[in-house]
Design a protein around this ligand. Sequence first.
Ligand SMILES: NC(=O)c1ccc[n+]([C@@H]2O[C@H](COP(=O)([O-])OP(=O)(O)OC[C@H]3O[C@@H](n4cnc5c(N)ncnc54)[C@H](O)[C@@H]3O)[C@@H](O)[C@H]2O)c1
Length: 387
Amino acid sequence: MLTRKDFIERSAKLMVAGMLAPYLGNSVILPKDGKIKIGVIGCGSVSSMYLPHLSKSNYVELVSVCDIIPERAKRAAEKYNVPNQYDHIDKLLAGASFDLLVNLTNMQEHGRLNKLALTARKNVWSEKPMANTYREGKALFDFAKKQGVKIWGAPAVVNSPQFAYMSKAIQEGKIGKVSAAHAHYGHLGPTWSAFFYEQGGGSLPDLGVYNLATLTGLLGPAKSVVAMTSIITTERLVDDKGKIKVVAEDNAMVLMEHAHGALSHVQCGFNYFDPYGHEGTGQDKPTISIWGTKGNMNLLGYDWAPFGVDLATTDHEKTNRYATDTGSYVWEQGASVIAESMVSGTIPLIAAEHALHVLEIIEAARESQASGKRISLTSTFTYPVVT
Ligand SMILES: NC(=O)c1ccc[n+]([C@@H]2O[C@H](COP(=O)([O-])OP(=O)(O)OC[C@H]3O[C@@H](n4cnc5c(N)ncnc54)[C@H](O)[C@@H]3O)[C@@H](O)[C@H]2O)c1
């Protein structure tokens, strides 16, 4: 484990190399015992994946948990041995000191809570989306810089060895000129909270976001988008509010134009019969396919739980399986990977600009549905993600 002395020595070297610049300014990340202090807000469903993962990380000290439903914060604090619990973000921010807020609340709350945390000069890891709109997300990104802290957004799909394998295969020209790609993700929709179906929710920011991050990460930033979205199930029964009207799209088809004419397609929705369910356990088929002039590749399993890549090329027409490592990547690792990068002073593969680009695509898809038009995009990110 990195000692404080090691950390200071390494930081000094990195500062000389200019690599730690993003962490300088007003936020002083000098973690005691090489650990980043974390405050988690939102102790619902996804926290039951994040908290056990974070509690095992060598780079993390779980300092506080917070939920507007106090019993949830209490239960999480007891279960994961977290010393402080709060029922409001103001109390969390004014309470025990921490370096990184991990935001696991309702999608509609992300922008507002992330802004409060940045105002208090906390770094932020946000579940998707980082904000309700691209404009709001970009303003948060710029504001973070001004505050001398950083913000990052889920998903963490670019961290998987399967993503790295596919990215390198494309860059090495193994499948020739990339022409087309397809990705899909869906199930019958969450049953516990209404926010997934309310204004600002939807299958695009909850599910499509993974495939959009993977395909833009592999094929490069999208230049324009054409999409159709719809609502298949107009009313739903959910645990927190009973019978509700569905307002956000629960069915989406998005076409993206990438550089050099490559076109890709993402479909997602909350109305897919899927024997693997919300947990996704057992999905053993490809969910992402990429075609080029000299080969094709299929990602096996979901991009948030992949277990291999099947590749066939003109040099080797029989499909071979690669990148079968399943030990190093879990989808809930985003915040712990960020904590590790803050300790080591390295730049993580997950980039806020990429999350913002995906957010712009989601908004463009909705605009395309509303207007019937193709929508041009303005944002971009550093590509390729894996070098
Ligand atoms: N559930 C999953 O498996 C899963 C997986 C990946 C990502 N996500 C994402 O995680 C986020 C949360 O999803 P979830 O399924 O855990 O929802 P959830 O409803 O189970 O949990 C959200 C929690 O946030 C709390 N909360 C809401 N507003 C708050 C506020 N202002 N201050 C403090 N606490 C607040 C709620 O009380 C609730 O306990 C969403 O962005 C979702 O897309 C969920």
